[in-house]
Design a protein around this ligand. Structure first.
Ligand SMILES: O=P(O)(O)OC[C@H]1O[C@H](O[C@H]2O[C@H](CO)[C@@H](O)[C@H](O)[C@H]2O)[C@H](O)[C@@H](O)[C@@H]1O
Ligand SMILES: O=c1ccn([C@@H]2O[C@H](COP(=O)(O)OP(=O)(O)O)[C@@H](O)[C@H]2O)c(=O)[nH]1
Ligand SMILES: [Mg+2]
Length: 725
C-alpha cells in the first residue's frame, strides 16, 4: 500500500529534558498544529527534528521508540547544525528574506554549506523510510533543496512541496546568493504549493526571470521536467477546535480567566515571538488607542500571549527586550490598582487554555507585518461557536485573502489599527454575528482535511499530466529500429516541419533560409522514389516556394491553407475567407504599438503577431490579452486563435497541420514507414493525427509532447535524417 511520508524540519512533538528524563509535548507553530491531526492515518509517517539535541545513542534509541509509537521518525541534529542550519541559514537568511526583512538577512557561505548538508541528511532519512510507491510531501523553507535531492535518487516518485511562509517578489529573491540553487531545489517536486495566489505569482516570475523557465497555467517547464505550481490556503482542523472550545476544560479555563480579570472587555493577541508578527507595533497601536479613546481605560485589557521562539537568534533576543520595555511602559503609565492595560505572558499555553482564551476574547488582534497564513486567526473563528466576536486582521497575512469579513488593516498604520480596535469594541452585536457566521462557514469548509485532499489530488493530476506528455529520448536503439523499418518499407511518408526542426529558430524569420547542407539533405531524401517528403509548415507558400520550390517535395503551407504535391500546382483548402483581416489587423497593430519589439506577419489566410524580440514577461501578458481579445472576435468570424512558440496566430477555423497531415495520410495509404518531426505547439496537431506505429519526434524544449520520441535540436534532426540515408 502506498503511504504518505511527511517531511518537515520540526516534528509535531518535541522532546524536553526534565529531572525525570525525557518528556514529550506538542510543538507550537502553525505547521505542527495544522498538520498534526492528519498524519497518523494509513501508516503514514512524519519525519523531522524532535526539537532537542540528543547525542547519546541510548537516548536516541529511546526517542526513536517513543516517536515511532506515534508514527514519527526523528532526524537528529547536532548543536553545530542547529546553529548553522536552523538558527543560521533557515532563520537568519531565508526567514527574514522571505518576509521582506532583508535588512536582517545574513549571507554566510559556511551556513549555506551546512544548510546543504542538513538537507542531505533529511534526504537520507527519507530514503531509508520511503518505499518507491510512497508519496513524499516536503514542507517549508528549511528544506528547499530536499525535493531536488530526492528527485535525483527517486526519479519517478511523487514528490510534493509546500511553502508555509510568503514567497516574496523576485526582486527580493534576486538579491540572494544561491538563488538559482534554491529555486532548482524546489523544482525537484511534482507539485509546489503556496498559501496564496500572490506568493505563487512571485515564484513563477522568479523562476522565469532567474532560471528562464516558462510556465503556462501554473505548469513550469523546468528543463526536462514539468512542475505544477498552485495556491492552497491552509485550513485548520475546524471540528477539533470547535469541539475543544465547547468542552469542559476550555469552559473551565475561560471561567478562571474571567474571574481573575473581572468585568473588562478582552482584546486577544497570540503569536510566537517574531519580528514578522508586528508585536511591538501592535503594542504601540494599543497605547495610541488608550490615548485617543480614554473612555476605554479600565474597560479593556490586551491579553497578550507571546510564545518563546528561536531565542538564540540575535534579532529575536532584541525583540524580546523591546516588547518587555513597551509592556513595562504602557503598564506603568496606565495601570490602576484594580486594572492592568496589558496582561502579558511569555510562555506557551496548553491548547485547552488557548480555546478558553479564544472564547473569552471579544476581539482578536492579528496584525503581522508579514505572515504566510496565520492560523491563530482561523482558530479564533472556529472556537467562537455561537458567540459574537471581531477579528482584526493584517492585510499582509495570507489569511486576509480569505477572511474578508474581518476588519482588514495595514499593520504599519498605527492610527488605523487603533481605530480598528475602537470600531471592533463598538461594533453592534448583530453585525459581529453576521461577519462571524460568514467566516465560520469559510473556515469550516476549507479545513485542513480539505487542504490535504486538494493538495494530493493536484499532485496526482501533475503526475498524470507529466505522463501523457512524456517522450522517450531518440537514442541509438530507437534509431536502429527506425532505420530497419525505413529500409524494409516500399513507401514512406516523412512530415518535416521547417522552423525549429529543419532550420534553427531565427530572431528574424526571413533569415532562416535553408543552408547548402539542408538543401543537399532534402535533395537526397526526395531523390529516393519510395520517399514522399512533405514540408509541413506555418510559413506562407511564397517563402516555401522560393526557398525549397525547386526540390521534388510536397508542401503544406500556412498550417494547411495551401497544399502542393510534387509536380502539381498550389491549391487551397476549401471555403476559406480572409475578409476578416480588415477587422482583426487593427487589433494586432495596436499590440505592436504597445509592445516594443513585436511585429506582424501577414499570410494569405492568417495574421500572426510575433513577440520573440520583446521583453519576455511583458510580451507573455500581452499575448494572453491578445488571445482573449481575439477569441472574443473569433466566435462571430469563424476564426481560430492559436498560441505558438512566441507567436499568436489567427486564421480561418478548420485549418491546422493535423487536418492537413491526415489528408496526406489518406492520399498515401500504403506508406509503411511514417515519420513526423516538429518543435512547436502547432506540430502537436500533426502528432495527434499520426497512426500509432508512426515515428513521431518532438524537437527541443522540455521534450513534453504528444510525440513518442524527443531529440534536442535541428542538428540532431539532420543527423537522424542522414542516418536513414
Ligand atoms: O519551528 P519553529 O522555528 O519553532 O517555528 C514554528 C513554525 O513557524 C512557521 O509557521 C508557518 O506556518 C503556518 C502554517 O502554514 C503559517 O500559518 C505561518 O504563517 C507560518 O509562519 C514556519 O513556517 C514553520 O516551519 C515553523 O515550524
Ligand atoms: O501557547 C501556544 C500558542 C500558540 N500555539 C499555536 O501556534 C500556532 C501558530 O501558528 P500561526 O500560523 O499563527 O503562526 P506561526 O507561529 O506558525 O508562524 C497556532 O496553531 C497556535 O494555536 C501553541 O501551540 N501554543
Ligand atoms: Mg517549427
Amino acid at each position: 500500500m502506498s503511504r504518505t511520508i511527511i517531511v518537515s524540519n520540526r516534528l509535531p512533538t518535541k522532546a524536553h529534558r526534565t529531572d525525570n528524563g525525557l518528556e514529550f509535548t506538542p510543538s507550537e507553530g502553525g505547521l505542527a498544529t495544522g498538520l498534526g491531526s492528519i498524519y497518523r492515518a494509513d501508516g503514514n509517517v512524519w519525519i523531522g527534528w524532535p526539537g532537542l539535541v540528543v547525542e547519546d545513542p541510548d537516548e536516541q534509541q529511546h526517542v526513536i521508540g517513543q516517536l515511532h509509537e506515534d508514527s514519527m521518525s526523528p532526524v537528529f541534529l547536532t548543536d553545530a547544525e542547529i546553529r548553522d542550519f536552523y538558527e543560521g541559514f533557515s532563520n537568519e537568511t531565508l526567514w527574514p528574506t522571505f518576509h521582506y526583512f532583508s535588512q536582517y538577512a545574513v549571507f554566510d557561505q559556511h551556513q549555506w554549506e551546512v544548510y546543504v548538508a542538513v538537507n542531505e541528511k533529511f534526504c537520507e532519512a527519507v530514503l531509508r523510510e520511503a518505499g518507491p510507491d510512497d508519496t513524499i510531501w516536503v514542507h517549508d523553507y528549511q528544506l528547499l533543496l530536499l525535493p531536488q535531492m530526492l528527485r535525483k535518487a527517486r526519479p519517478d516518485s511523487s514528490i510534493g512541496f509546500f511553502l508555509h511562509i510568503p514567497f516574496p517578489s523576485q526582486e527580493i529573491i534576486r538579491a540572494m546568493p544561491w538563488r538559482e540553487q534554491l529555486l532548482e531545489g524546489m523544482l525537484g517536486a511534482d507539485l509546489i504549493g503556496f498559501h496564496t495566489y500572490g506568493y505563487m505569482r512571485h515564484f513563477l516570475s522568479a523562476v522565469s526571470q532567474l532560471l528562464g523557465y516558462p510556465s503556462q497555467n501554473g505548469m513550469v517547464e523546468a528543463g526536462q521536467r514539468s512542475v505544477l505550481v498552485d495556491a492552497f490556503p491552509m485550513g485548520i482542523d475546524y471540528e477539533k477546535y470547535a469541539e475543544l472550545a465547547a468542552s469542559e476544560p476550555a469552559l473551565k479555563s475561560e471561567q478562571t480567566y474571567r474571574e481573575a480579570l473581572g468585568d473588562v472587555r478582552v482584546i486577544l493577541s497570540i503569536d510566537r515571538l517574531d519580528y514578522t508578527k508586528g508585536i511591538a507595533q501592535r503594542l504601540l497601536a494599543y497605547e495610541l488607542m488608550l490615548q485617543q479613546y480614554p473612555e476605554w481605560r479600565e474597560q479593556v485589557t490586551l491579553f497578550m500571549l507571546v510564545v518563546p521562539s528561536r531565542d538564540q537568534v540575535e534579532q529575536y533576543k532584541e525583540l524580546k527586550e523591546e516588547i518587555d520595555e513597551l509592556v513595562g511602559r504602557i503598564t506603568s503609565t496606565y495601570r490602576t490598582l484594580s486594572w492592568n492595560p496589558v496582561q502579558y505572558f511569555y510562555r506557551s499555553f496548553p491548547i485547552e487554555d488557548l480555546a478558553g482564551l479564544y472564547r473569552l476574547a471579544e476581539v482578536a488582534l492579528v496584525t503581522p507585518m508579514r505572515d504566510g497564513m496565520n492560523l491563530v486567526a482561523k482558530e479564533f473563528i472556529a472556537c467562537k461557536g455561537d458567540q459574537p466576536g471581531v477579528l482584526i486582521l493584517s492585510e499582509r497575512a495570507g489569511a486576509a485573502r480569505e477572511l474578508s469579513d474581518a476588519i482588514i488593516i495595514n499593520p504599519s498604520d498605527m492610527h488605523q489599527v487603533a481605530e480598528a480596535m475602537h470600531e471592533a469594541l463598538i461594533m453592534p452585536e448583530q453585525e459581529q454575528r453576521h461577519r462571524m457566521a460568514n467566516m465560520q462557514a469559510l473556515v469550516k469548509q476549507y479545513n485542513v482535511h480539505h487542504w490535504v485532499q486538494l493538495f494530493m489530488d493536484r499532485l496526482a493530476y501533475s503526475k498524470i499530466k507529466q505522463q501523457t506528455l512524456a517522450t522517450t529520448k531518440l537514442d541509438a536503439d530507437v534509431l536502429q529500429q527506425m532505420i530497419e523499418q525505413y529500409k524494409s518499407a516500399e513507401q514512406r511518408l516523412l512530415f518535416l516541419d521547417y522552423d525549429g526542426t529543419l532550420a534553427p529558430f531565427n530572431k528574424n524569420p526571413q533569415k532562416a533560409r535553408p543552408d547548402e547542407d539542408l538543401l543537399q539533405l532534402l535533395r537526397a531524401l526526395s531523390a529516393d522514389k519510395r520517399n514522399r517528403v512533405v514540408i509541413i509548415s506555418g510559413r506562407d507558400r511564397n517563402t516555401l516556394q522560393e526557398w525549397l520550390g525547386h526540390l521534388p517535395l510536397d508542401f503544406i503551407a500556412e498550417h494547411g491553407v495551401w497544399f502542393k504535391a510534387e509536380g502539381d500546382e498550389w491549391s487551397m483548402a476549401q471555403g476559406l475567407r480572409n475578409d476578416w483581416k480588415l477587422e482583426i489587423r487593427p487589433i494586432l497593430d495596436m499590440h505592436v504599438s504597445r509592445t516594443a519589439g513585436s511585429f506582424i506577419e501577414e499570410k494569405d489566410y492568417s495574421l500572426v503577431w510575433h513577440y520573440r524580440r520583446a521583453d519576455a514577461e511583458l510580451a507573455a501578458v500581452r499575448a494572453r490579452e491578445l488571445t482573449s481579445h481575439l477569441n472574443f472576435m473569433a466566435t462571430n468570424n469563424d476564426l481560430q486563435v492559436m498560441e505558438g512558440n512566441k507567436v499568436v496566430e489567427v486564421k480561418s477555423a478548420g485549418v491546422n497541420k493535423g487536418l492537413a497531415a491526415a489528408r496526406w495520410l489518406t492520399n498515401y495509404p500504403d506508406a509503411t514507414f511514417i515519420l513526423a518531426l516538429g518543435d512547436d505547439r502547432t506540430d502537436e496537431d500533426t502528432f495527434r493525427a499520426m497512426p500509432e506505429e508512426a515515428f513521431t519526434v518532438k524537437v527541443g524544449g522540455t521534450g513534453r509532447s504528444l510525440a513518442r520520441y524527443n531529440i534536442n535540436n535541428t542538428n540532431e534532426v539532420r543527423r537522424t535524417l542522414r542516418a536513414l540515408l
